[in-house]
Design a protein around this ligand. Structure first.
Ligand code: COA
Length: 261
């Protein structure tokens, strides 16, 4: 499933601002937006995590601006938005993909560990949406919040991420309602187990993978490409009347429960 399923250059003249856009799922989304014609700013705490993706996009003929900012720090986020607008003139598409994750039992997790993930995922999503609001209002733009399915049931060792992503889904719905009047669409994507990611390598040990696979009705793990395709669809005019939705892209996995085993 490598061929492009969409019309060429559907995001020509669009500018995307993608947090966490250097690596993993959101890195794929950033690259896919660029491949489909968007100019892309990618944002992460560490510039060295952005440089390989920026190089890849530029070598493929795209335009990419890597900007270092911590989504927990509103002043840094505002400055990244400013730099993007100075470089590319506007923002049409915001993808909130910056996230933190690790496995930890609730009984072992420190309050600061819980709060750190909520700060990155939930507060970070609000911070970036808030800082980009004026630009999105001008462009009648849209937001994609990268979520998860962990909180649809209960996923052991993921209380912090489950709480954080439940908050992200609430933000998706709230902003869809409050900002619809400006023509801004706000949606989410909830990836299931995606195999070609660092997260999957780190969070799902090899012996558990087989058990997990048996819980996916479509009989395979997801690929980053599956999330890219969902993002392109949601960002395209084909989704013009879709807002406030978190699209689950998991091969049906969560219907069999969200625990890893
Ligand atoms: N298990 C338990 N607690 C952990 C932890 C782990 N694996 N990793 C971090 N924490 C706790 C720390 O102990 C600390 O709490 P404390 O002060 O009570 O000890 C708190 O979380 C903050 O940790 P710190 O490393 O200082 O925060 P940070 O802001 O530098 O980074 C993360 C936080 C989550 C981003 C970091 O753990 C990380 O780099 N994770 C890997 C990258 C990632 O998650 N990518 C997303 C892939 S899905």
């Amino acid at each position: 499933m490598n061929k492009n399923l969409f019309a060429e250059n559907i995001f020509e003249n669009k500018v995307a601002f993608v947090t966490g856009g250097g690596t993993g799922i959101t890195g794929g989304v950033a690259r896919a937006l660029a491949e489909n014609g968007a100019k892309v700013a990618i944002i992460s705490r560490k510039i060295e995590n952005l440089e390989p993706m920026a190089k890849l996009i530029k070598e493929s003929g795209g335009e990419c601006l890597p900007v270092s900012a911590d989504v927990r720090d509103y002043a840094q986020v505002e400055s990244a938005v400013r730099e993007t607008v100075e470089q590319f003139g506007k923002i049409d598409i915001l993808v909130n993909g910056a996230a933190g994750n690790f496995l930890c039992e609730a009984s072992e997790l420190s309050p600061n560990g819980f709060g750190t993930v909520v700060d990155i995922d939930t507060k970070g999503t609000f911070n970036v949406a808030r800082a980009a609001f004026e630009e999105l209002k001008k462009s009648k733009g849209q937001i994609i919040n990268i979520s998860a399915t962990l909180h649809y049931a209960a996923t052991p060792m993921q209380i912090h991420v489950s709480a954080a992503k439940a908050g992200v889904d609430a933000i998706t719905r709230n902003l869809a309602v409050e900002w619809g009047k400006y023509g801004i669409r706000v949606n989410g994507i909830a990836p299931g187990p995606i195999e070609d990611t660092e997260g999957m390598k780190r969070l799902v040990p090899e012996p558990v993978k087989e058990k997990l696979l048996r819980k996916v009705p479509l009989g395979r793990f997801g690929r980053i490409k599956d999330i890219e395709n969902a993002a392109i669809f949601l960002c395209s005019d084909a989704a013009d009347f879709i807002s406030g939705v978190t699209l689950v892209v998991d091969g049906g996995h969560w219907l069999n429960g969200t625990s890893f085993s």
